[in-house]
Write a protein that binds this ligand. Structure first.
Ligand code: GDP
Ligand code: MG
Length: 305
């Protein structure tokens, strides 16, 4: 189907930004399908994850591979350090930087760190600055907010967007495709992510738990998929363990008469079903694993580092 005389474009887009600015929401919106876990609380995206968009652009095949990095932030413990390593690593391989900021608040110290990191890159990478969440800013104040970001990175192409409302997403996509280098696509046209279904499932379970528990179990949650079996041609059976850091967190996750765990299970199952397009049977349990965030062996076990 590809005309031999047509050149195609393909490239890796490093998606950078502080936690909670809307990186995952934006990638999902651009791809039109739920791939990256989104949460009202920061740090849902823990491992690097790709979202693959293949489309036509000015009679060319264009493939943008979005690499959603865990938030760049000041490391507080080992896990934080690993996340920063991954963010820096993804820059080496990329063709374009998509920096996402929350334009409804003024830039803070962590934004400054990011600007500094981007200004220091030796390779001259194009930078697109996505000024997100403009739906939260009153029109008359929009420029006051967005100018502060644009001035910090004068060479970047700045575009005001709302990932949730959809404002200017086509404009942003156009700018991204424009910057892609010529090259053959890296992945088949119908592939949307490089993550295995089971990893996506683990991410969605973790997201469901964070949404429902709100601030009651601060950050100390990890999910391990113990079993992922095809049950029949219509569905799959998943068994997973939610790990908490403290004994006292366990009854919170389980809830009165198991109600919280049931709710987490229902929300996670719905999300996994809509992601995988088939029926899912989900079995959850809760275990305590003390200080898992600081234990390197445990980090490896969960797939970090
Ligand atoms: P990430 O940590 O950068 O990946 O951020 P997420 O994509 O998980 O989003 C964090 C929160 O911001 C979620 O509650 C999103 O619904 C919300 N969010 C993302 N984009 C927008 C936006 O354009 N407008 C508003 N109002 N909220 C947004
Ligand atoms: Mg995310």
């Amino acid at each position: 189907m590809t005309d031999r005389n047509l050149v195609s474009k393909a490239g890796f887009v490093a998606v950078l930004g502080r936690p909670n600015v809307g990186k995952s929401t934006l990638i999902n919106a651009l791809l039109g399908q739920k791939i990256a876990a989104v949460s009202p609380r920061p740090q849902t995206t823990r491992k690097r994850q790709m979202g693959i968009l293949t489309t036509r652009h000015q009679d060319q095949i264009a493939q943008a591979v979005f690499v959603d990095t865990p938030g760049v932030h000041k490391p507080r413990h080992r896990l934080g350090e690993l996340m920063n390593d991954e963010a820096a690593e993804s820059l080496d391989e990329s063709d374009l930087i998509l920096l996402v900021v929350d334009a409804s608040v003024t830039p803070d110290e962590e934004d400054q760190l990011l600007f500094e990191m981007i200004r220091r890159i030796k390779k001259s990478l194009p930078v697109i600055l996505a000024l997100n969440k403009i739906d939260l800013v009153e029109h008359s104040h929009l420029a006051d907010f967005t100018d502060m970001y644009s001035q910090a990175l004068p060479k970047a192409k700045a575009i005001k967007i709302s990932a949730t409302r959809g404002d200017n997403l086509m404009l942003l996509l156009e700018a991204i495709l424009q910057e892609l280098p010529e090259g053959e696509p890296f992945f088949p046209e119908d592939q949307m992510t490089d993550l295995y279904e089971r990893e996506l499932a683990a991410d969605l379970i973790r997201e469901a738990a964070l949404i429902l528990l709100r601030d009651e179990v601060p950050h100390g949650i990890a999910v391990r998929i113990d079993q992922f079996n095809e049950r029949d041609e219509h569905g799959a059976y998943i068994e997973a363990t939610i790990f908490v850091e403290r004994e006292s967190h366990k009854p919170i996750v389980i809830g009165k008469e198991g109600n919280m765990l049931k709710k987490i299970g229902i929300l996670a199952r719905e999300e996994i079903e809509s992601m995988s397009g088939r029926k899912i049977y989900l079995q959850l349990r809760v275990k305590v694993r003390k200080n898992w965030r600081d234990d390197e062996r445990v980090l490896r076990f969960f797939g970090y580092g």
